[in-house]
Ligand binder design. Structure first.
Ligand code: NAP
Length: 342
């Protein structure tokens, strides 16, 4: 690898509110010689995830990214050199690879590395078998949706939301999605099989929820937080479950936004529960065959939105916060340089 440069995006300052390209610095660093036990990846695909803005700002379920270090990102890479007998050059793996062309991984960090199952392309590994896991366990374990119940999901045309709604539909619920814009709403109704869709940018969410959920709401899968959550709360049924998956509206907002209607959880005996998908890592094996079966049978549609070029990493991540992505946002940064081993 001597002489080859590793292009990288370093995090150099912490954003307040939304991040900008100025929070990062583009550098070209040498690739260090591999140590015993390490593998060297050529990074191919990056996953763009709303949680990355949290990684820039504060310690959460993982420590914040230290200033001056490569911006953390999940992705898929190809092993191009190995000093670890468990890995061969040519294998495709996923893990925390960062906004860079190459990464050397060894020691404890290898525990977070997963081989791609045979016949699973990187796009599917980073969507259905990644954000799809969040949807699966959020719906089944936290939401515990039952046939005949009414299920509402926000950011419904996004990576997690689109799969969550389709899973609830497969499990027999009436499903209503909330998304931004007529194109996303039409896709939810016509392609993803949702019973109704609400365009929160053009329509009044409260009255439309009353219209589309005449029996009230049993499960709300919340990806957004903020005002939409406040419109859902007055419409929940007794023993409703609110799945606190994400709160993207609050990740960039610097205003204090009180949740006026949360006391309704008391009278309706509702449950609001947060979860982090990493806690389910030991149960991924349960979800994989189920998701794969639904997908292969055409019952689950996985939409991906692909941008290209490592230089576009900050811009591509920003698309999530402007509603520009449609389905799972990915960034392709290279093609495999070696034949792929499966
Ligand atoms: N708990 C966990 O373990 C876990 C794991 C993965 C993801 N998550 C969370 O799940 C949520 C969805 O993540 P994702 O990866 O699937 O992203 P995504 O939904 O594919 O993309 C983000 C979407 O959020 C919507 N959005 C952005 N700003 C908004 C605002 N102010 N108000 C309403 N909607 C807004 C946009 O859709 P519209 O065009 O519809 O506005 C945008 O397309 C995020 O909150 C994320 O943090 C949680």
């Amino acid at each position: 690898m001597s002489g080859r440069k590793n292009r990288q995006w370093l995090l150099v300052s912490r954003p307040e509110g939304m991040f900008t390209e100025q929070n990062f610095k583009w550098v070209e660093a040498p690739i260090a010689a591999l140590k015993d036990g390490e593998i060297l990846l050529r990074n191919l695909w990056l996953s763009c995830d709303p949680t990355q803005i949290g990684w820039m700002k504060v310690d959460t379920y993982v420590p914040k990214v230290p200033l001056g270090e490569v911006m953390r990102a999940i992705g898929v890479g190809q092993v191009i050199e190995s000093r670890n007998s468990s890995y061969k050059a040519g294998e495709l793996v996923s893990g925390f690879i960062g906004w860079q062309d190459h990464v050397a991984i060894g020691g404890r960090d290898l525990k977070a590395v997963q081989r791609l199952p045979p016949n699973v392309p990187p796009e599917l590994m980073l969507s259905l078998f990644s954000t799809g896991m969040t949807a699966y366990f959020g719906v089944t374990d936290i939401g515990r949706v039952q046939a005949g119940e009414t299920f509402v999901v926000s950011s419904a045309a996004g990576a997690v939301g689109s799969i969550a709604g389709q899973i609830a539909k497969i499990l027999g619920a009436r499903v209503v999605g909330i998304a931004g814009g007529p194109v996303k709403c039409e896709w939810l109704r016509e392609e993803a099989g949702f019973d109704a869709a609400i365009d929160y940018r053009a329509e009044k969410v409260g009255p439309r929820l009353s219209e589309t959920c005449p029996q009230g709401i049993d499960v709300y899968f919340d990806n957004v937080g903020g005002e939409i959550l406040d419109e859902v709360l007055p419409r929940i049924n007794l023993h409703a479950r609110i799945v606190m998956c994400g709160a993207i509206a609050d990740y960039v907002s610097r205003e204090y936004r009180p949740l006026r209607n949360y006391p309704l959880l008391i009278t309706r005996r509702g449950r609001m529960e947060g979860f982090i998908i990493l806690d389910y890592a030991t149960r991924f094996g349960e979800a994989v065959p189920v998701l794969a079966g639904w997908y292969a049978g055409g019952r689950l549609k996985q939409k991906v939105d692909v941008a290209v070029g490592l230089e576009n990493a900050p811009k591509t991540l920003a698309r999530l916060f402007k509603g520009e992505n449609f389905g799972k946002q990915l960034l392709k940064i290279a093609d495999p340089p070696l034949p792929v081993l499966s």
